[in-house]
Design a protein around this ligand. Structure first.
Ligand code: ZN
Length: 151
């Protein structure tokens, strides 16, 4: 990766860390999961409003390093409006990207801004930071939140 590209990637990560997108608790969420990366101390809550297997809305809150926070922020921006299957497919692609298994340049380019996390494959401890939000999303997609009913 050339230096110019690396710098651009760093800017995206810093921007999303400083002003994370969809950083709030979603009041009408019907799916929720909590994610924790004890290795770094990252902690995230992901909220989903899932309707007919489409992510109508998504948000997150939490504390963590710049990598985990910016990854969660970019993820929420990209996942909004996607179907459950599309979200799971992106999770797989993202996981392959950060673990260095995705080598095809066209496939990497197709990931758009998510490609900024390509660099973490050089830092194994950071792979967990970058993928925490996605693992949490995966759990949220598959766990329906128990809501207390007053009926
Ligand atoms: Zn971290």
């Amino acid at each position: 990766m050339d230096n110019e590209l690396r710098e651009l990637y760093q800017q995206v990560i810093l921007d999303h860390n400083k002003s994370p997108r969809n950083f709030k608790k979603l009041e009408d969420a019907n799916h929720h999961a909590e994610g924790h990366n004890p290795l770094c101390g990252d902690h995230l809550d992901v909220y989903l409003q899932l309707e007919n297997d489409v992510v109508k809305d998504i948000s997150f809150i939490g504390n963590g390093c710049a990598i985990s926070k910016s990854s969660a922020s970019l993820m929420t921006a990209i996942i909004k409006g996607k179907t459950k299957d599309e979200a799971e497919e992106l999770f797989g692609k993202f996981h392959d990207l950060v673990t260095g298994k995705l080598k095809n340049t066209n496939e990497i380019e197709a990931l758009g801004k998510l490609a900024v996390f390509q660099g973490v494959q050089e830092f194994p401890a950071r792979v967990k930071c970058a993928s925490l939000a996605w693992h949490t999303l995966h759990n949220a997609l598959n766990n329906k939140e128990e809501k207390i009913s007053t009926e």
